[in-house]
Ligand binder design. Structure first.
Ligand SMILES: Cc1ncc(COP(=O)(O)O)c(C=O)c1O
Length: 478
């Protein structure tokens, strides 16, 4: 059981609300604390009960949270109390537990995750995302026009150190747009790694180009320059290095080789926001670099993505292609066949706040990976991601380990029984029906795919959850 901020007076913690607070303030505390609920106390800290975000959702839908926006009102009006939900004293077996003194006053709170179902990933929406999203919503700019889209593009490209940012509906279309903007089409070959999410190869096939699959490196888990060089032909038009599970590909040398040969590089940074190679953030190396902001990503907008590029002409093409191929200077004048791959102002509003918090998320994820390392160290058969040379600076997207292939399924089943979600690594592309035509022998990818497991990595993971995971590992492998 972990103690949440025991040294802070309850009235000021993100877990405790006073009856004089507004429902909006309660929503923000419930979001910030990542538990989704708060305890309610009198001025003298006597516990009144508990309130959850689900209770408030009910009260928002029936309007009482709006017409009567203080907790005080809800506490003193029996009818409204019912609509505010199950405000109650049933404090046992709950995630958020009060610690009371002899007089029933709250002295501290405990977060008890011993029985909580834990998902592999969970977006953490705080008051910042809530406020900017409400602002965008109330402004009525809910489509792709609106100030947050440009702000998010500027802030994200500044964060990576790229000249242009073009926000799009998701990471898959970012890859597609990049390939189209670079003129990749039938007859062209595009090099992709065998171990990646299917979106990487799908985008190549959308263009009618031919994917050339390469194995990944056993230490990096990603493409390296020698692997790329060996797969290059005179038809190679582009390379898509994927920075897998937060681990950078050998992107500096790959980009150098590609530049010399006149081959385009499209970085797939969907899983590696903030990772670096040679001191430079990934996303700075490609002719176009593509990010995903899906709900499980390091920065999320729910669904969303972004293309970054240093090139003015490519930026213009990407913008036009994102918007039906329309000229930016002449309404309804379509220069070419384009797409509607736009992101909404609502999503961008969330993304901007997420970006402000990226350091906090990266630190949190690194901390969680450290906890898993300590707890799983020495359990027979458990292997951690290999250390990388200094020029590679990984981030943790989802914590991961490798286990003996024959033990992985029983391990995942035991984890499910302990209410912990785990995920196997991606299947090798070469093994999947739509891509068998392009299959290559990729022994490293096959081995990683058969042995890798992603572990829950989110605000909901603390020492207690890690210990639950470790118990499962010890039971199955020990
Ligand atoms: C490596 C990789 N590339 C591309 C994508 C596609 O992104 P999206 O889901 O936003 O379309 C993902 C993830 O989801 C991914 O993991």
């Amino acid at each position: 059981m972990s103690l949440a901020e025991p040294e802070v007076m309850p009235g000021t913690t993100p877990f405790v609300c006073n009856r004089s607070e507004s429902v909006l303030s309660v929503i923000e505390k419930c979001l910030d604390n990542g538990v989704g609920s708060c305890l309610i106390v009198e001025d003298d800290q006597r516990l009144i009960g508990r309130i959850t975000l689900d209770d408030i959702r009910d009260a928002l839908l029936d309007g009482t949270a709006i017409t009567d926006p203080s907790l005080e009102w809800h506490l003193t009006n029996a009818g409204a109390l019912a609509s505010l939900g199950r405000l109650r004293n049933d404090v046992d077996h709950q995630l958020l537990q009060p610690v009371l003194d002899g007089g029933g006053r709250l002295v501290s709170v405990r977060v008890d995750r011993s029985a909580q179902a834990v998902q592999i990933a969970m977006p953490h929406m705080t008051r910042h995302e809530f406020r900017s999203m409400l602002d965008a919503f109330i402004s009525s700019w809910i489509s792709s026009r609106g100030p947050y889209v440009q702000k998010f593009e500027k802030d994200f490209s500044d964060f990576i150190g790229a000249r242009h940012g073009i926000a799009v509906s998701n990471g898959t279309v970012a890859l597609h747009l990049a390939l189209v903007a670079l003129g990749v089409g039938p007859g062209d070959e595009v090099i992709v790694p065998d171990l990646t999410f299917a979106a990487t190869i799908n985008a190549v096939l959308y263009c009618g180009a031919t994917p050339v699959i390469v194995d990944v490196d056993p230490q990096a888990w990603c493409m390296t320059r020698p692997l790329v060089e060996a797969a290059c032909t005179e038809r190679t038009r582009a390379i898509i290095p994927v920075h897998l599970y937060g681990r950078p590909a050998e992107i500096g040398p790959i980009a150098e080789f590609a530049n010399r040969r006149g081959i385009a590089v499209i970085e797939d940074c969907a899983e590696a926001h903030g990772a670096r190679y040679g001191g430079r953030p990934v996303g700075q190396f490609g002719d176009v670099s593509c990010f995903s902001f899906y709900a499980n990503k390091i920065v999320t907008t729910g669904e969303g993505g972004m293309c970054l590029t240093p090139d003015d002409d490519l930026a213009l093409s990407l913008r036009m292609l994102r918007d039906h191929g329309m000229s930016p200077d002449r309404s309804y004048w379509h220069e070419r066949v384009g797409y509607n791959y736009r992101i909404t102002n609502l999503q961008a509003a969330i993304g901007q706040s997420q970006l402000w918090r990226i350091d906090e998320v990266l630190q949190r994820n690194a901390g969680i990976a450290g906890l898993y390392r300590e707890a799983l160290m020495g359990i027979p058969g458990v292997r951690f991601p290999p250390d990388l040379p200094d020029e590679y600076e990984s981030v943790v997207w989802l914590a991961c380990v490798q286990v003996p292939a024959d033990k992985r399924l029983p391990l995942m089943q035991a984890a499910r029984e302990a209410k912990v979600e785990t995920r196997p690594f991606f299947h090798p592309l070469s093994s999947l029906p739509p891509y068998r035509l392009y299959a290559r022998s990729c022994p490293t990818s096959r081995e990683l795919s058969a042995t890798g497991i992603n572990l829950p990595t989110s605000k909901a993971v603390d020492e207690q959850v890690v210990e639950r995971v470790a118990r499962v590992f010890r039971d199955v492998l020990g």
